[in-house]
Design a protein around this ligand. Structure first.
Ligand SMILES: C[S@@+](CC[C@H](N)C(=O)[O-])C[C@H]1O[C@@H](n2cnc3c(N)ncnc32)[C@H](O)[C@@H]1O
Length: 387
């Protein structure tokens, strides 16, 4: 009975869920309208719908309910009553190695192909291991925080006291189980930032010097600027974004981090910003470009089925047009840090080719940050110097 109700709720969610909305935005509204659902019901409903989307584009031809059972089998590692009810013979094998489970799914559904989970493998950046990348979709990425300098002992003590298991990843990065209620566990919000592991690693490419002028050109709520500030607080910082509302979030985060001296500009960087920026020359520019976000789909698997690969070309053009309008404000000999949270070479290596061949920069260093190997986001970073 319980499992049947869970299935019915799943079907309703799937029916009501509008495309192009993140599940994380849709689900709270759905639960508000269905107040009879207790916290366990909500937890199970969320698990089922997320796992369903983790199958990506695999087995699209079979009924939703059957896809859900396949997804539950591949994504869960512990016995649950749902699978027990609908597929007891698979529930008994829930602890099997993923390769064995995949073989069992293939046996039951010969049309199943792992490669269909993410059918754009030929467009991946060089060095991404396809098999590991595909299998990473069956696991929800972890939660990562960056602990502020000087707060390490306090934060670790608070986590230990609350018996929350965590892994110290080095450089003040802690890995926590997903769903950890940070707000109640770590009441001092000044002591940490939620930031993915790979995103934190991009800081190694910044290398700022005291009193330099830096521009975070697509700053959003300031994640990269805060990293920069942690490395070198004595900088002249300019932040900009096309969205005014996101820059309001930036103000709040900067205030909490004690970052008070910065200039903020609302800029559409597909347009020449000379009328505002003509007097500026920077010692470093961070271009954390708008992109498909494909490296973060482990957190938002609902976006895989909705994705149309024309979008890659759209973002490639957008990135090129923004880069063209940004690079001219770099002083000679100074770095552009180009970042995406994409796993597509069109947005990564090909963007670097454009920056080198069309805009005359010199490539110093580049890396695909393989978050898929460690339950984190997959990102790309390159450091290029203006000649
Ligand atoms: C990947 S996000 C930046 C994330 C941010 N750097 C961080 O670490 O939190 C890309 C940002 O580019 C902005 N953007 C998109 N189109 C733009 C444009 N034409 N001009 C300027 N910014 C743009 C978006 O509003 C978005 O906030």
């Amino acid at each position: 009975m319980k499992a049947l109700n869970q299935l019915k709720t799943f079907q309703r969610i799937l029916q009501e869920y509008p495309a192009n909305t993140p599940l994380s935005k849709f689900l709270p509204g759905f639960y508000r309208q269905n107040k009879q659902m207790g916290s366990t019901d909500r937890k199970v409903a969320s698990r089922l719908i997320y796992n369903y989307f983790r199958l990506g584009k695999a087995l699209l031809e079979i009924p939703d309910e059957e896809r859900l059972i396949v997804a539950e089998f591949l994504c869960s590692t512990q016995v649950n009553s749902f699978l027990q009810h609908f597929k007891p013979e698979w529930a008994a094998c829930i602890g099997f190695d993923l390769n064995d489970k995949l073989a069992m799914v293939k046996g039951a559904y010969p049309a199943f192909e792992l490669a269909d989970v993410f059918p754009w493998l030929d467009q991946l950046s060089t060095g991404i291991d396809q098999d590991t990348f595909l299998k990473s979709f069956f696991v929800q990425p972890d939660l990562f925080i960056r602990v502020r300098k000087g707060q390490e002992q306090l934060v670790k003590a608070q986590l230990n006291q609350a018996k929350v298991p965590f892994k110290d990843e080095g450089n003040n990065c802690l890995c926590l189980p997903n769903g950890t209620k940070l707000e109640s566990l770590l009441p001092n919000q000044h002591s940490y930032e939620v930031q993915d592991y790979s995103s934190q690693q991009t800081a190694q490419y910044f290398k700022p010097q005291q009193w330099e002028s830096w521009w975070d050109a697509c700053a959003a709520s300031g994640g990269k600027s805060l990293l920069l500030h942690e490395l070198q607080p004595d900088l002249k910082l300019v932040v900009s974004d096309i969205r005014e509302s996101i820059l309001a979030n930036l103000d709040e985060r900067f205030r909490q981090a004690g970052l008070n001296r910065y200039q903020k500009k609302i800029l559409d960087l597909t347009q020449n910003p000379d009328f505002i920026m003509h007097d500026y020359a920077f010692d470093g520019i961070i271009l954390d470009a708008p992109c498909t976000g494909s490296g973060t789909w482990g957190r938002t698997p609902e976006l895989i089925t909705q994705f149309n690969d024309h979008r890659i070309e759209f973002f490639q053009r957008l990135q090129q047009s923004i880069a063209r309008n940004v690079v001219k404000y770099l002083k000679p000999g100074k770095p552009l840090i180009y970042i995406t949270c994409s796993c597509f070479k069109a947005e990564n290596e090909e963007a670097v080719d454009f920056l080198v061949n069309e805009l005359g920069l010199e490539l110093e260093d580049t890396q695909v940050l393989k978050g898929y190997e460690r339950r984190a986001d997959t990102m790309f970073v390159a450091r290029l110097i203006r000649k």
